[in-house]
Design a protein. Sequence first.
Length: 556
Amino acid sequence: MSIRLWDVKTGQQKAKLDGHSNWVNSICYSPDGTTLASGSGDNSIRLWDVKTGQQKAKLDGHSNTVYSICYSPDGTTLASGSADNSIRLWDVKTGQQKAKLDGHSNTVTSICYSPDGTTLASGSADNSIRLWDVKTGQQKAKLDGHSNTVYSICYSPDGTTLASGSADNSIRLWDVKTGQQKAKLDGHSNAVTSICYSPDGTTLASGSADNSIRLWDVKTGQQKAKLDGHSNAVTSICYSPDGTTLASGSADNSIRLWDVKTGQQKAKLDGHSNAVTSICYSPDGTTLASGSADNSIRLWDVKTGQQKAKLDGHSNAVTSICYSPDGTTLASGSADNSIRLWDVKTGQQKAKLDGHSNAVTSICYSPDGTTLASGSADNSIRLWDVKTGQQKAKLDGHSNAVTSICYSPDGTTLASGSADSSIRLWDVKTGQQKAKLDGHSSTVYSVNFSPDGNTLASGSDDNSIRLWNVKTSKEILKSDSSYKRLLAQFNIPLQNSSLLPNVNPDRTILRICQNPLLEASGSLILQGQFINHQGKDLKPLFKSKGSCFLEDLKQK
């Protein structure tokens, strides 16, 4: 239930962030890397000061586990998704809920913003994929075709195509403009847990519970290669920044590095004593960080394959890890209820943010990086001052765990999703709830703002993904006149791709991110990743400016 920060060079714990009373399901850095947000199974969101490790704020409102959190591009708003089926937007400055987006009929397992941030794509346990208008919050389109839970979705680099992986064992490619299915990729004999586009967008990699990884030609839809080696489910996959290597994490406790051109295994990284739940490349691509069900975080030298450091400190499973934008700090969220900040160079723990009384399910940095929002299973959202580590505010309102949170691009609003099936928007400055979005019939696992902040996407356990108009707090429907126009704007860099595993809701971690790729510091936290605490299935998370949540899918 804690988060620990480790010095990468020394392997020493720098800080231990305690506060959550349940699993820390997601964590994410603010754009400037000064604040770390954490979401937990205690239904709350907490913001931690990266420098001091002090809790800055606690955002309460969700009535169930907070599975995912995400900062708006400008860092003014934090969005959260929860098992209470709602998505909430929180004002980072005030810690107040700005809006609540409701509408899903089942758990939202993955969400992804279009490159321009106007549209949000979501995959759900209701077997559908939905495109949402971020500005209006209305659903623009509903993509049907999968016969089982959609675990992961990922945009092509140019944003024209959306790829989805499902428990029906198939991968599908969709035309973002028309909403029509372009291709169906069959081959896996079990659930597709994660998918990831190559940096150039010509190849799509998929990881499955059938223990294999497959590479597909995006243009022809033909399978190019099948990578075998893992003896258990592949929970996460991530491309190296240059796209020459593909890293995979598995329930067999190992991490493998594959040569994309030859399909040959380059290295096998052993060390974890339990399932590898998340993996994340450092911004420069020289180091690979991994989170495991053995409660530890490890840093690996990509060239030698040797373990550089083992970061211990958490007393429970590490549910999420993420690099700061500048890559100097690594934040981790845990089921021990704490958030920890680690010095990448020394491996020392820099700070430990405590405050939540239950698992931290999601965290998200404010655009300016001064504040960190966290969602927890204690039903609250907290805002933390990154510098002091002190709690700035506690947002209450959700009646169940806060599963996901995300800031609006301007950082004025924070969205939160909850197990109470609702989404709430909070005014960051006042900490007051601005709106409550209802519609989902089950836990809202992920929420994410479009780049312009006008639309909010939400994923729920009701298997649906919904788009909400942030201004009106209304759901955007496919029948809306603005649907086609908005759909055309639904381009998101593949860097923002995300996948979600479909596991028991109580053990699944879902993550979403707003910021594009790993442009900032190379961490990928917010967007792209979802994994199971037990490492059953993970999905690559979009790599974004922030950190990497549970797993991350590193694109570029």
